[in-house]
Design a protein around this ligand. Sequence first.
Ligand code: NCD
Ligand code: ZN
Length: 354
Amino acid sequence: MIQLPGLIDPHVHLREPGGTHKEDWDTGTQAALAGGFTMVLAMPNTQPPVMDAESLKACSTLAAQKARCDYGLYLGASQAPLSAGDLAALAPDAAGLKMYLNHTFGPLLLEDMSLWMHYFEHTPKNMPIATHAEGHTLAAVILMAQLYKRPLHLCHVSRRDEILVIREAKEKGIPITCEVTPHHLFLTEEDLPRIGNARGQVRPDLNTKADQQALWENIDVIDCFATDHAPHTLGEKDGPKPPPGFPGLETALPLLLTAAAEGRLTIEQIISRCYTNPRRIFHLPEQAETRVEIDPLAKWEIKAANTFTRCGWTPFEGMQVQGKVTRITLRGKIAYQDGRILAEPGYGMNIRKN
Ligand code: NCD
Ligand code: ZN
């Protein structure tokens, strides 16, 4: 048996409000617990998006009623920029500010760099900023962190050139951190024939073997593993306009533990990237009496049929993994044991409340 702290996923899409046929606060936090996560930070590209006091309040009310693990809510940076006063007022209630700088699922997108400047200037320094920026956009937003001398977290970094720029920027003292998803660590474009081109759509795309290898070679530069759990139903994925996104909450830890069993990763690296670093970067509270118990020897096959997410599929279908969550204690209560969710809806707490 191995004991881990309650793991933190700083990047999930739980789809409520507006997309509850894909996932909701109940099923999404069940998936989190089944995957060994006791805290998730939820992205704002819901319908409506979380981007002002009213939408943040509405989402937070839904989460409070249904979440089974602890959570935080991102505030989305919209094209109608929030004032410095609004940002300061909302900062204590939000996990962070999310800035979408490249096209993806949902309406939040900031193309005009003067808007980026607005948010970098007026977002309180202690409010984490997380951004979706790929390729040249990533280099451009790193400049903002340097210009405004404030921390910036780069979401789902997936390419060789990106991780090399990040390494260089960190070495020069620019205050950036980054996350990588399990699907970019464990899948490449060569998996697309097996997954199917439509189902395999995800932002950022699955990339080349060389990109994947560069992520592994630069594992010391990667601060967090984040699932970017982005459930869409099979009907949607196989339909005429497949939306991008993969579910990931229930497969991340088993994949990472398998890499650890193969000697490609250490348990300490998993703990720093799924607990210590996200806690520090996002200023997250300690969860007292919380632990995740693992059977590191259990071998099993990933099957969508055995998952809690509502979306009903996984790009890792049929993969053999080693390492299984056996029990989770969350704030003194058993929240998960041997495949059963024991935490009730509403047990989860908003990490920004007091
Ligand atoms: C995400 C989604 O579906 O909300 N999709 C994805 O491919 N990652 C949006 C996002 O994180 O960019
Ligand atoms: Zn995302």
